[in-house]
Every structure is written in structure tokens, then in C-alpha cells.
Ligand binder design. Structure first.
Ligand SMILES: [Zn+2]
Length: 509
């Protein structure tokens, strides 16, 4: 058995389902997920003879937007083409797609890999084109049923160059792509729901000590399909590396391009078919759709392009002082990032208006940068997200306003509420839609700041735990936390934690 150093070569093909109002070439609702089977169809999308396709302007805009975000050259004019094959889910016997003039030509995307010391990767995009989706075959009790709701759904197919060197890189790219699609507002990009579908090509190649390929650049690849989550993509590719490494080690590397499907329950890939020739789709221009000029669309979309996730992460670090880990969590969803920004802006305005601060708004924001960043990552990134998740909600669905959230955070900042009480206030705010001050008054949840009252409670606790007091005095100072806990228990979490600590320290001296 020969020992060889092998490098992994991966390329991806991703279908993004666009969230347009109507289908790609007709006026049917583009909402296949929520409608009973075969209720969203018309003569165009089921391919009746004599019907004419009419391209969806919104879908074309979305494709331009995607191309700009991926650094692609945008073509104009563009053409549509017919791709012929016969399958029960394809009503016309051909799919309207794009062959030689796609909306998006070559591009590249830089991807940061979270928690990696290797730095960013840069992935070349080969192209991205528009096409219509096929219908959905449903196999049930030995029969195949066809639901045409999905036929004609607009898709953008993104093809990368084989630039990935590990399954982890492929996964990071896909996750960044999902973020970008959500930031652009063009797709929900939910892999589990099939809004983002990924096929991966993978092969290995021998390399020398310097990492340069020995012999051929590329070897016959395996196309892996049927991966419905980021984790599945990573696992399937890891499985393929092991399988193909075994083949190389017996001097029998894959000789032909094959298609394998990921079996989620077995956690293996299984042979689907061997490709003998590249399929002949007999591409021809779609004669019913004239060339489409995109000059205006490109110009307008360029001006309308939102801040993308990578830029947002960099700015959040820079402007608010968030740490790397917090930044990933706070910018993963555009709705969360917006919520954070609006809340931060409220908090800064309040600080500026407060009699306790002076200086310009920038100076004041800078002076409290660290405290505000910590407050936001704790209260939005962890607590609010957690409380909402427990209710089956998220920041994008909640009615809670950034103004009310900022006010709650301000009360924590001013130590008028301790963390325990603030969490209770937050729950009541979500239940009632009221602001934190109203909730606190109605429920009497304000922090206990009365030094005399707290002192009396503390005296009682110390009297009841004489041995703990002795242990503390003989050096076991970690017991302070035990006493703080007792005070919080006694006061139902209302005691001001800082005041509690200082009284305890005084009394235990
Ligand atoms: Zn239709």
C-alpha cells in the first residue's frame, strides 16, 4: 500500500428559491409550501400548448441583487433557454433556464470561517442563473404522485469553482450564503425547507510536500445530492473523503463521475448512478422570451444593495466594540442586527440626555462602549433570544419594540433592576405589551434599594447560619455568593445585588 498525501477538492451548486410574489413565468402565487397540492397552477406553469411565458421582473431583480452581492459581473442583455429532459415532474418536457448568457457571470466571495485561525477563504463563483423549478414527485404506497404547485417557482442556481479544501469550508460558505440571501431579502434560505438546496462535487488529488498537485489537476468527481442541512453537507463530504481515501489507498481511485445520495439515517452516501456521458439537454434559445436589457436594473440594484453580513460584522466590532463571538450571534439574522442597532441608538440617546454625562454623543458612546456592548450581548443576544425561543418566537416575530427593550436595559444599567428581576419584567413585557416602568409599578418588581430593610434581612440570614459565618471569617470567602443567594431567595430576587454584597461584606468583616 502506497502512502500518499491527498488534498480534498470540493465545488458546490446551490439552488436558491426566490421569495417572489408570483412564479417565474406566470401569475400563480409562489407559495407552494402553504397551499394544498395542485391548487397553485395555470395553463402556463403546467405547460399547456400555445401558452406564453412572461418573465417575472421581481425575480430578475433578485438575481441581479444576488450577483452584485457575490461580486459577479452582471450580463445585459440576458437570454433564456430551454433545457430538455423527460421526467414526470417536468410538465413541458423542458425547463426554462439560462445557458450561455446567465444573469450573473464570474464573481468571488470572501468567507470568514467562525472560530478558525486559518483566516478567510476566497471562493470563485463561476456563474449564477435564473430558472424555473420543476414540480414535486411524491412517492407514497408504491405510487408516484405529482404536485405541480412548485412547478415554475423562481430559482437562482449558483455554481462555484472547486475552491473548497474541506467540508468545514463548504459549510461556512453555505451558512454565509444563507445570511446574504436573508440580508438581501430575496429568500428565506431555509435548508430544511428546501429554499436552499445544495449539491456538492468532491474528488481527491495527490499533492507533494508543498501542497502542489502531482499529475492531473482534477480527477473524476462524485456528485453528492440529497443533503438537507448544513450538518448533512459536512457529514456527507466527510464520509466521501474517507470512502475516496480508501479507494486511493488500494490504487483504485474513482474512474468515472458518479452521483451518490446522502442517506441521513445511515449517515452514508449511496450510489445513485454512473454518468457515462454528460447529459445532452439539447439547449436552445427560448423563442418566446425576447432578450432582456438589465442596464437600469443593475444601476438601481447597485444603489439599493444593503450592508452585507461581513461588512455588518466588521462595523459591529468597530462601532460598538462587540467581541467576535457576540458579533456572529447578533448579526446572524438581519432582524436581530436591526434590533440591536435601534436599541443601541436609544441607549446612547438616553445617555446623552442624562444629566450624569457630558460631551458629544460620540464621546459619550465611546466612554460607555464596553458597558453598552456587554449589556446588548447579554440582554439581546442571550436573554431576549432565549426567552423568545422558549415561547416559539424570535426577534423577527416579536412585537417588543427596541424602545421598550432599551428602557429595560437602561434600568439594568442604572442598577434599578437586578438581572433576575429584569428577566421577570421582560416576561411580563412580552405578555402584556407594556413598557418596563409600567410593569414594575404594577407588579412591584423594582429592585430593593433600602439599605436598612436589606440590612435587617441580612442580619436574620447570618443569625440562622452561624457555621457558614465562621467558615467565611476563617477564609472561605466563596461563601459570599451563598449569602447573596439567600438574600435573593428571601426577597424574591428584588434585592439590589451590589448593595447586598457591600452590606454583607461590611457585616462579615
Ligand atoms: Zn401558473
Amino acid at each position: 500500500m502506497e502512502h500518499r498525501r491527498l488534498e480534498t477538492v470540493i465545488g458546490l451548486e446551490i439552488h436558491v428559491q426566490l421569495r417572489t410574489k408570483t412564479k417565474m413565468f406566470c401569475g400563480c402565487d409562489n407559495d407552494a409550501e402553504h397551499a394544498p397540492p395542485n391548487t397553485l397552477l395555470c395553463p402556463v406553469c403546467v405547460g399547456h400548448p400555445g401558452t406564453l411565458p412572461s418573465p417575472n421582473a421581481q425575480a430578475i431583480r433578485y438575481a441581479v441583487r444576488i450577483g452584485l452581492a457575490l461580486g459577479c459581473k452582471i450580463n445585459s442583455p440576458i437570454f433564456f433557454d430551454r433545457k430538455h429532459y423527460i421526467y414526470p415532474d417536468l410538465p413541458k418536457g423542458y425547463q426554462i433556464s439560462q445557458f450561455d448568457v446567465p444573469v450573473c457571470g464570474e464573481g468571488r466571495l470572501r468567507v470568514e470561517i467562525p472560530s478558525s485561525k486559518h483566516g478567510d477563504i476566497e471562493i470563485r463563483i463561476e456563474r449564477a442563473h435564473l430558472e424555473e423549478d420543476a414540480a414535486k414527485n411524491i412517492h407514497r404506497n408504491g405510487q408516484t404522485l405529482v404536485d405541480f404547485n412548485r412547478a415554475g417557482t423562481p430559482l437562482v442556481e449558483i455554481v462555484t469553482r472547486p475552491d473548497f479544501r474541506s467540508p468545514k469550508e463548504a459549510k461556512a460558505f453555505l451558512q454565509e450564503l444563507r445570511r446574504i440571501m436573508r440580508y438581501l431579502g430575496v429568500s428565506n434560505a431555509d435548508m430544511e425547507k428546501g429554499h436552499l438546496r445544495c449539491d456538492a462535487n468532491i474528488s481527491l488529488r495527490p499533492v507533494d510536500e508543498r501542497g502542489l498537485p502531482i499529475g492531473r489537476t482534477y480527477y473524476p468527481k462524485t456528485e453528492v445530492k440529497n443533503m438537507n442541512s448544513f450538518k448533512a453537507v459536512e457529514r456527507a463530504l466527510e464520509f466521501e473523503i474517507v470512502r475516496q481515501t480508501d479507494l486511493w489507498s488500494t490504487n483504485s481511485p474513482p474512474a468515472q463521475t458518479t452521483t451518490r445520495g446522502w442517506n441521513e439515517s445511515k449517515q452514508t452516501t449511496e450510489l445513485q448512478r454512473v454518468k457515462e456521458d454528460s447529459a445532452d439537454y439539447r439547449y436552445m434559445r427560448e423563442p418566446d422570451i425576447p432578450p432582456i436589457d438589465l442596464t437600469d436594473a443593475i444601476d438601481e440594484e447597485k444603489h439599493r444593495l444593503p450592508e452585507l453580513p461581513a461588512a455588518k460584522r466588521a462595523r459591529f466590532k468597530d462601532e460598538y466594540g462587540f467581541g467576535t463571538k457576540d458579533v456572529w450571534a447578533l448579526t446572524d439574522e438581519p432582524s436581530t442586527a436591526d434590533f440591536v442597532e435601534r436599541t443601541m441608538s436609544e441607549l446612547v440617546s438616553w445617555l446623552v440626555a442624562s444629566p450624569d454625562t457630558d460631551g458629544t454623543p460620540e464621546e459619550i458612546a465611546e466612554a460607555h462602549r464596553h458597558a453598552l456592548a456587554k449589556l446588548a450581548s447579554t440582554w439581546i443576544g442571550t436573554k431576549l433570544v432565549g426567552v423568545l425561543a422558549a415561547r416559539g418566537e424570535s426577534i423577527s416575530t416579536t412585537d417588543l419594540s427596541p424602545e421598550n427593550m432599551a428602557e429595560l436595559m437602561r434600568l439594568v444599567f442604572e442598577r434599578k433592576l437586578n438581572n433576575t428581576a429584569a428577566l421577570t419584567v421582560l416576561e411580563y413585557m412580552l405578555d402584556s405589551g407594556q413598557g418596563p416602568e409600567t410593569v414594575m409599578q404594577e407588579r412591584q418588581l423594582s429592585s430593593m434599594d433600602d439599605e436598612t430593610a436589606l440590612g435587617e434581612i441580612i442580619d436574620g440570614i447570618l443569625a440562622n447560619h452561624p457555621s457558614h459565618v465562621d467558615d467565611y471569617k476563617s477564609g472561605k470567602t466563596v461563601l459570599l455568593q451563598f449569602f447573596v443567594g439567600m438574600v435573593q431567595k428571601e426577597t424574591g430576587g428584588k434585592a439590589n445585588p451590589h448593595l447586598t454584597k457591600s452590606i454583607l461584606e461590611k457585616k462579615l468583616r
